[in-house]
Design a binder for this molecule. Structure first.
Ligand SMILES: [Zn+2]
Length: 525
C-alpha cells in the first residue's frame, strides 16, 4: 500500500484492502515477481545521455563496421563537425584488423571516409579514444608530441602514431573537441544535455532502474540537475559524485551537500577521483607488469599528493570519497590514502568507496574490512572482460585477485553492484546473471568459486547500493516508510532457471508510487 510516494503497508491482500478507499488505485500484479527498484550503483548518467545521441559502437562486430558507421555519419554532418562515438573494444572484434598494433588498427581508414570531419571514438571503458588525422591536426598531435603524464599516444615500433590515445592523452583531443563545443551558446549546450538526461532516464526506467548513482558530474551538471529537481522534472532518483580538481572543489565547497532535493530526487555529497585506468586499455595500475606488455605497469592518472588533499577536504567536510581503482597498485594506494584520514577517527561512519576494486592483491581484502571501505563493483565487467583478463594478468593474478566478490563478502566487506553504463548496457539482468553465474558469452564460467548467491546479488543491487549512499532508511527494500520505488518482473529472480534470468522483462516500474514505465508501452513522463 502506497501513499504520498511512500510505502504505508506491506503484507496480505486482505489487510491491504482495508486501507483502500474510493480514490485508491489498485494494481494487480497477477502473481508476478515484485521487488524494490534496481539502484544503479555506478554509472555515468551524462555519458549515457550522450551515448544515446551519438554513434553507439558497442555492438560493432569489427573495425570495418565502425568505419562504415563513421562514413554514414559523415554524410549527414557539416564539414568541420565532430563525429563522436563510443563503445568500441578491440578485444571483441571478429576478425581483428589485418594491419594493427596491439590489436589497434591504424587511423588511415578513418581518414579516407572522414577527411574533413574530426573523428573521436571512445573505447567502451572510456579509458582510450580513437582519432583520425583531422582530429590530430586540430589538436596539434604529431609524431613529435610528448606523452602527457599518465597517458600514452600509442606509437608503433617505427614511432608512427596509430590513432589511439590512452588515458590522459585523450585530453589532447577531447580538449579540442570541448573548445569546439564551447563555441555553442550555453543555452544550446544545456538543451542538448537535457535531451540526454531525458533519454538516459527513459533507458533507466525501461531497465527497472529507479535510482542512479553517477560516477562523475561537473559542478555545471550539478547546477542543471538541481534546477530539474526543483522544477519536479526528474523521473528517477539521482545521487551524484562530483569530479573536479582540488581548487575547484574548494572554490565550490558551498555547493555541498545537496540532500534529498524534491523528496529524494537529488543528493550530492560525494567526490569522485580516478586513480588509474582500465584493464582492457592497459590503464589499470599494477604492482607487477602486464603479462602481455612487459615492463608496462599501467597508468597512475591522478597525482597522489592531489588525492591526499582531496581526501583531507572530504574528511573535513563529511563528504564521501569515491576513488576509481582497477589495478592492484591503485587499490593499494587508495586504501593507504583512505587509512591516513580514517585513522583520525575510526568510529566515524564515512562509507568511503573504492569504485571497481577490480584487481586486488589478496592482502588488500582484509584491509577493506579493517578500514570499513565499500567495494563498489560491477559484476558485468567480470564476464565481459574475462576473455582478456588472463592475457593481461596471467592465471595466478586472475585467480587470486580478479573480481573477488565472494572473498570480499566473506571478509564482511559491503559489495555493491552496477553496470558502469555506458561502458556496459544498463541492463540489470545481464549484470545479475554475471553475478550469480560468472559465465562468459561462450558459457564458460570465470573462476566460479567467486559467484554470489541469488540473494547476495539482489542485495548488492538494492540494499547495498542504498547503504553505499547513506540511503538505506529510504530505499533498497519494500518496507514501511520507504519510497515506493518498485519493479514488477516477468521472472522470479530467486528461483527461475539460470538461463531465463537474461530474458527477464520489466513489466512495470514505479518511482515514488507513480507508474513511470510499463512493458506494454504505457508510460507517464
Ligand atoms: Zn565508471
Amino acid at each position: 500500500m502506497v501513499k504520498d510516494g511512500k510505502i504505508i503497508y506491506v503484507g496480505k491482500e486482505k489487510e491491504a484492502r482495508a486501507y483502500a478507499n474510493a480514490n485508491t488505485e489498485i494494481v494487480d500484479c497477477k502473481g508476478q515477481f515484485v521487488m524494490p527498484g534496481f539502484i544503479e550503483g555506478h554509472g555515468h548518467i551524462h555519458g549515457l545521455g550522450s551515448s544515446l545521441m551519438n554513434l553507439n559502437l558497442m555492438n560493432a562486430k569489427n573495425w570495418d563496421e565502425i568505419v562504415n558507421m563513421v562514413a554514414e555519419a559523415v554524410k549527414k554532418a557539416k564539414p568541420g563537425d565532430w563525429i563522436i562515438g563510443r563503445g568500441w573494444h578491440q578485444e571483441k572484434w571478429n576478425p581483428s584488423p589485418a594491419k594493427n598494433h596491439l590489436g589497434y588498427p591504424y587511423h588511415e581508414e578513418l581518414d579516407k571516409v572522414s577527411p574533413n570531419n574530426p573523428v573521436l571514438l571512445g573505447h567502451a571503458s572510456g579509458h582510450s579514444s580513437y582519432v583520425n588525422a583531422k582530429a590530430m591536426e586540430l589538436a596539434n598531435i604529431t609524431d613529435q608530441t610528448k606523452n602527457p603524464a599518465g597517458g600514452d599516444i600509442v606509437k608503433d615500433k617505427d614511432g608512427k602514431i596509430v590513432g589511439v590515445l590512452e588515458e590522459t592523452a585523450q585530453g589532447l583531443a577531447s580538449m579540442t573537441y570541448g573548445a569546439w563545443l564551447n563555441k555553442k551558446t550555453i543555452e544550446e549546450r544545456k538543451a542538448e544535455w537535457m535531451r540526454g538526461i531525458q533519454l538516459a532516464e527513459e533507458e533507466s526506467l525501461k531497465s527497472g532502474v529507479t535510482s542512479f548513482q553517477d560516477a562523475g558530474s561537473s559542478f555545471q551538471q550539478v547546477e542543471w540537475m538541481k534546477e530539474l529537481a526543483q522544477q519536479g522534472k526528474l523521473n528517477i532518483r539521482h545521487w551524484l559524485m562530483v569530479r573536479a580538481g582540488n581548487n575547484s572543489l574548494r572554490q565550490n565547497a558551498q555547493v555541498f551537500p545537496i540532500m534529498n532535493e524534491e523528496n529524494g530526487f537529488l543528493t550530492v555529497k560525494a567526490i569522485k577521483v580516478s586513480l588509474d585506468g582500465a584493464l582492457g586499455s592497459y590503464g589499470a595500475w599494477l604492482l607487477e607488469s602486464y603479462e602481455d606488455r612487459k615492463e608496462f605497469y599501467g597508468q597512475n592518472t591522478f597525482p597522489m599528493d592531489s588525492l591526499r588533499k582531496i581526501a583531507e577536504f572530504s574528511w573535513e567536510k563529511n563528504l564521501q570519497l569515491c576513488v576509481h581503482a582497477i589495478g592492484d597498485r591503485a587499490n593499494r594506494e587508495t586504501i593507504n590514502i583512505f587509512s591516513e584520514q580514517i585513522q583520525k577517527d575510526k568510529k566515524k561512519d564515512h562509507r568511503w568507496r573504492v569504485e571497481h576494486a577490480q584487481h586486488v592483491n589478496p592482502a588488500e581484502i582484509p584491509r577493506f574490512k579493517q578500514w570499513n571501505v565499500i567495494a563498489s563493483m560491477q559484476s558485468i565487467h567480470c564476464t565481459s572482460d574475462a576473455p582478456f583478463v588472463e592475457k593481461r594478468l596471467g592465471a595466478k593474478r586472475a585467480e587470486e585477485g580478479a573480481y573477488m566478490w565472494k572473498a570480499f563478502l566473506k571478509e564482511g566487506v559491503v559489495v555493491t553492484n552496477g553496470t558502469d553504463v555506458p561502458v556496459e548496457k544498463i541492463d540489470p539482468f545481464d549484470c545479475y546473471y554475471a553475478a550469480v553465474t560468472r559465465k562468459q558469452k561462450n558459457g564458460v564460467p570465470f573462476y566460479p568459486n567467486q559467484k554470489m548467491t541469488r540473494e547476495e546479488a539482489i542485495y548488492s543491487y538494492t540494499m547495498a547500493n542504498a547503504y553505499a549512499a547513506f540511503e538505506e532508511k529510504q530505499k533498497g527494500s519494500l518496507e514501511l516508510g520507504k519510497y515506493a520505488d518498485i519493479v514488477v518482473l516477468s521472472n522470479n529472480l530467486i528461483n527461475c532457471k539460470e538461463e531465463d534470468i537474461k530474458n527477464t522483462k520489466v513489466l512495470m516500474t514505479f518511482v515514488g508510487g507513480k507508474l513511470k514505465y510499463s512493458g506494454n508501452g504505457k508510460k507517464s513522463f
